[in-house]
Design a protein around this ligand. Structure first.
Ligand code: ADP
Ligand code: MG
Length: 336
């Protein structure tokens, strides 16, 4: 049975990145407006995510690490109307298997926060009062200690640094998608990322990308009214020249569907093709942009990939058409 648990648990939590992503999503689902992430030794020794969300009611704490326990959906059909980032109830249970987990939490009703330690089976082994304010802090130490191959993956400095970069890129994406939320990222003693709460997307982009980049972007919106789809875009101004990032780095090509950071290969390709064709530049470089699609929750399927970064869109063709109309208006049609 422990093998089955180990195998199951290793599918959601495959990397330091996935730990951080799952914990951020839990914090957001709890309504947090401040999320502080601390890593030690690239997250391998410790990942800690603290939020100021609603907290976990004492009677629910024993269940949060149970496989498939989720407070977010009640029936399968809820998956088709998803408003939360989480829905599988697997992250905390999996974390117990691949690390040593502790949770400190306080709701609005609680007088003090309580700190819980869990064993590998997800059972509470101790609890004691602590001093935190409302919200939840989840701490995972000794990540992948019992899965040497996975820990081995981080044996080179290059791999460790790439992992941190993925986490920073995720924070950039979330910071723009959710402008009001404050994020910090600390690694060992160093502050790697900080973004304060901003009133809107434009202000968040200004604080993250800087004035020079923002000045080179134009804001466009397409409404597909009968489909109830909105496409919001910040695209490179056709006259701008400074916006192409390197070949391998597409971290400033940010896409979101219903506020979920995702990869939209087809849309990304369309934007790049139109822009580089207009600029007559190297086809493999990436312009900086932000593309955000908002649609009815039953028009997407996020339950296709453990990381939830690949999303099935039922109305992809229509969305592409809407995007192309804006791209042609800005950059002309693609020259063959
Ligand atoms: P899921 O997010 O899919 O529901 P998780 O294993 O990530 O599954 O979390 C299990 C449950 O624990 C959640 O449904 C939620 O009730 C609770 N929980 C987890 N993290 C937090 C948090 N930061 N604040 C409040 N509740 C949380
Ligand atoms: Mg979750």
């Amino acid at each position: 049975a422990s093998t089955i648990r180990l195998l199951g648990g290793t599918q959601v939590i495959t990397s330091v990145f996935s730990v951080v992503k799952e914990l951020i999503e839990n914090a957001l689902d709890a309504g947090a407006s401040t999320i502080d992430i601390r890593l030690e030794n690239y997250g391998l020794d410790k990942v800690e995510v603290r939020d100021n969300g609603i907290g976990i009611p004492t009677q629910n704490v024993p269940f949060v690490t149970k496989r498939y326990h989720t407070s977010k959906i009640e029936s399968f059909s809820d998956i088709q109307h998803l408003k939360t980032y989480g829905f599988r109830g697997e992250a905390l249970g999996s974390l117990c298997i691949v690390s040593t987990l502790s949770i400190t939490t306080k709701t609005g009703e609680d007088e003090v926060s309580l700190s819980y330690a869990f064993n590998n089976q997800g059972q509470i082994i101790s609890s004691h009062p602590s001093h935190l304010t409302q919200g939840t802090t989840v701490t995972a130490t000794g990540l992948f200690k019992n899965i040497p191959v996975r820990r081995q993956f981080y044996n080179t400095n290059k791999k460790k640094k790439e992992e941190i970069k993925r986490i920073e890129d995720l924070l950039v994406a979330f910071s723009i998608i959710l402008p009001k939320v404050r994020f910090t990222l600390n690694h060992d003693k160093e502050r790697l990322f900080q973004k304060n709460g901003c009133p809107d997307i434009r202000t968040a982009m200004l604080s993250i990308l800087g004035r020079n980049v923002l000045n080179c972007l134009v804001q466009k919106t397409v409404q597909l009214e009968d489909l109830k789809i909105t496409i919001d875009m910040f695209l490179p101004n056709p006259a701008s020249d400074v916006l192409i990032t390197s070949k391998s780095d597409n971290s400033r090509c940010i896409c979101a569907i219903n506020r979920r950071p995702v990869h939209l290969k087809d849309m990304e390709k369309l934007i790049r093709q139109h822009y580089v064709s207009h600029k007559k530049t190297d086809n493999h470089r990436h312009p900086i942009y932000f593309l955000s699609v908002t649609l009815e929750t039953d028009q997407i399927d996020v339950n296709v990939d453990p990381n939830k970064t690949i999303v099935l869109l039922h109305q992809k063709a229509e969305i592409k058409k809407g995007l192309i109309s804006v791209l042609e208006e800005l950059y002309g049609s693609i020259s063959k």
